[in-house]
Design a protein around this ligand. Sequence first.
Ligand SMILES: Nc1nc2c(c(=O)[nH]1)N[C@H]1C(S)=C(S)[C@@H](COP(=O)(O)OP(=O)(O)OC[C@H]3O[C@@H](n4cnc5c(=O)[nH]c(N)nc54)[C@H](O)[C@@H]3O)O[C@H]1N2
Ligand SMILES: Nc1nc2c(c(=O)[nH]1)N[C@H]1C(S)=C(S)[C@@H](COP(=O)(O)OP(=O)(O)OC[C@H]3O[C@@H](n4cnc5c(=O)[nH]c(N)nc54)[C@H](O)[C@@H]3O)O[C@H]1N2
Ligand code: SF4
Ligand SMILES: [Mo]
Length: 732
Amino acid sequence: MPTAPRICPLCEATCGLTLTLDGTRVTGVRGDRDDVFSRGFICPKGASFGELDADPDRLRGPLVRGEDGTFREAAWEEAFDVIARRLPPLVERHGADAVGVVLGNPNVHTMAGALYPPLLLGALRTRNLFTASTLDQMPKHVSSGLLFGDAFAIPVPDLDRTAHLLVIGANPLDSNGSLCTAPDFPGRLKALRGRGGTLTVVDPRRTRTARLADRHVAIRPGTDALLLAALAHVLYEEGLTDLGTLAGHVQGVAEVEAAVRDFTPEAVAGACDVDAGTIRALARELAAAPAAAVYGRVGGSTVAYGTLTNWLVDVLNVLTGNLDRPGGAMFPLSATVPAPRPAGPGKGFALGRWASRVSGHPEAKGELPTAALAEEIETPGEGRIRALVSIAANPVLSAPDGDRLDRALGALDFMVSVDPYLNETSRHADVVLPPPPPAQTAHFDFAFNGFAVRNQVRHTPAPVPLEPGRMDECEIHARLILAVTGTRDADPSAVDDMAIARTLAKAVTEPHSPAYGQDPEEYAARLTGRTGAERRLDLMLRLGPYGLTLDRLREHPHGIDLGPLEPRLPQVLKTRSGRVELLPDPIAADLPRLRAALAAPEDALVLVGRRHLRSNNSWMHNVPTLNSGTNTCTLQVHPDDADRLGLTDGAPARVKADGGELTVPVEVTDTVRPGVVSIPHGWGHDRPGTRMAVAAGRPGVNVNQLLDGTRLDPLSGTAVLNGFPVHVSALH
Ligand SMILES: Nc1nc2c(c(=O)[nH]1)N[C@H]1C(S)=C(S)[C@@H](COP(=O)(O)OP(=O)(O)OC[C@H]3O[C@@H](n4cnc5c(=O)[nH]c(N)nc54)[C@H](O)[C@@H]3O)O[C@H]1N2
Ligand SMILES: Nc1nc2c(c(=O)[nH]1)N[C@H]1C(S)=C(S)[C@@H](COP(=O)(O)OP(=O)(O)OC[C@H]3O[C@@H](n4cnc5c(=O)[nH]c(N)nc54)[C@H](O)[C@@H]3O)O[C@H]1N2
Ligand code: SF4
Ligand SMILES: [Mo]
């Protein structure tokens, strides 16, 4: 049987897979032992690549809504005609902001999602952009923007060389890692232990990652910023700060000392429910390790103090001299970012350059909070969103108050979804454009190589050809851009040619660019690749820091290793000062809010989420082998709370919060700490009009229905999805 390599797009670990093929069918999957980065690792999700690829519920061609409101299958030409006919007039009549754009998580897992949405947004010129980032990592972008002047300068723990890892609100044994691309994250953590290093996990649940740790701190949800501020306090108080070679590159060290003065271990202990002795021990261990990294993810991000928590993570990395040093928290250098400019002051990072129309939420990184999407559609007035382009997104399940968003989407004048499924969100579209399954798609990780624990580069061409009637997702995006800009009849490669011309026009004027001083047209003519997307990849590789080309990459089907992470300061900094700005003004202005949290917490039960190994947000419940067994939508409750509330394992409970209420089966387990309950997200597949038979057969409940969308981390606009109060009662 023939085989073909394919990088797995199902999570951020980006493992190399070897697909066994029978014609165009994937009949087997194994980890690619020759992959320069993943070395044969595979998880149960990757192993189900074939089933996911062949899911009979995947849409095979476009759907267009008819006059009677029902969908019919349509030819691609017709689908784009409908878009070209209906969307541009809405913009002409009501202005650019009348079109909202929603970008979901899988955009970072496809070539199309990396290459085209920026062009779509440039063409539409709308300020109404909503992405999964404000349900996820926006606090990290804001923190990095403020500290380093670049929202994408995100340090990752140097997993393979660190001696001490402090994990805040991440569970890589089930998620396989996030903003830290590391195939076989579990193996790398075990190797850390094996070489005598230590692992500390801060998580209100005793997760599989926590079970692997030397120390598990079962913190009260939402209070990590207090804990981390107290760690910083101890470092100052006990003279444990040591910036080492960083010292000359950092300003604001004394200001941070003053800012964390009130956050003594004793002062935060009550709110965090972590005793002061443990807090001091954590700080001393961090300072004593020869190299250490603090790493925070979803549990430190989608919380009320998300930006402060993410800022403090890197403050601790700086104060212990671990930022940018081997074994610490380092900046990867991906092969497709422009070759670095010389170090020096930059433009800095601006927040709140505009605000959302209805609630006045400040923009962050050009985005508005996804939690505010429904009100922007529903609230009358100038600038109301009347049309929506949704790409690889399912906000009806992933964002707060799905019922409201569901109604709002139903009231739009026009909606396009680029999505392989007819699901809770795409069922509202007037036109659904389905991308082909992943085996028919080439892959390159534009995003994740920038967060990888080792510099490396890999590209896998489409393992099997497109089935008749399919359209590559890159072409779908390019044609969508043509349709919304009234240039419907142009060749889709015109979109790529324009992008290439723009990039080169700038590059040839930049002395640090490999294209400096060259003729842009001649340069463009040299690019290889069969498609516009491939030529753009070739261009980015050529303009990148390693001087690679697409042809070179093709000679290495299992990737090219570019070596361990290397120190990059001060070159990565783009702050106005050209230094790490340790106490940026917006952070200082948010600290009084954190200080207020020192007061004893209310005694409410709070809810956190969880991820199951065989899941991925809302969209993998349609594969029978993934939607089964322990991958269940239950309310986890500690035995003490179950006793107190009269809850029994397996029996239904009612959960109420700001946004609504749910009925969900109880799972009594001491893996959640007392005072905390947990429901996973991405469930609630019981709405009519979807075509996901397996998911609908075991629907679960939508935890985000408990939220009304008003709880946000103010600096980043990120929804508070973890650590909010709930009321739980038995349902008899
Ligand atoms: N309560 C709670 N809510 C959460 C979270 C949580 O921890 N707790 N996590 C949040 C996080 S971290 C995230 S990232 C968001 C995710 O939020 P979303 O991005 O809205 O949700 P996904 O379930 O990832 O949905 C992605 C959509 O992409 C489609 N899709 C899959 N593959 C492709 C493809 O190749 N091309 C295209 N065009 N579409 C594709 C799927 O069918 C699905 O409709 O959810 C957030 N919501
Ligand atoms: N199997 C699987 N893998 C996935 C996904 C998936 O849905 N399933 N989704 C992918 C996506 S989009 C992302 S962003 C990543 C996320 O990757 P991770 O961040 O590693 O994943 P989570 O499981 O959300 O881990 C968050 C942890 O934070 C804990 N937590 C909740 N509240 C708090 C708090 O206030 N403080 C602390 N300290 N901890 C808290 C939770 O108990 C949970 O264990 O995973 C990716 N990989
Ligand atoms: S860990 Fe992630 S990338 Fe690797 S096989 Fe599993 S789902 Fe795919
Ligand atoms: Mo995410």
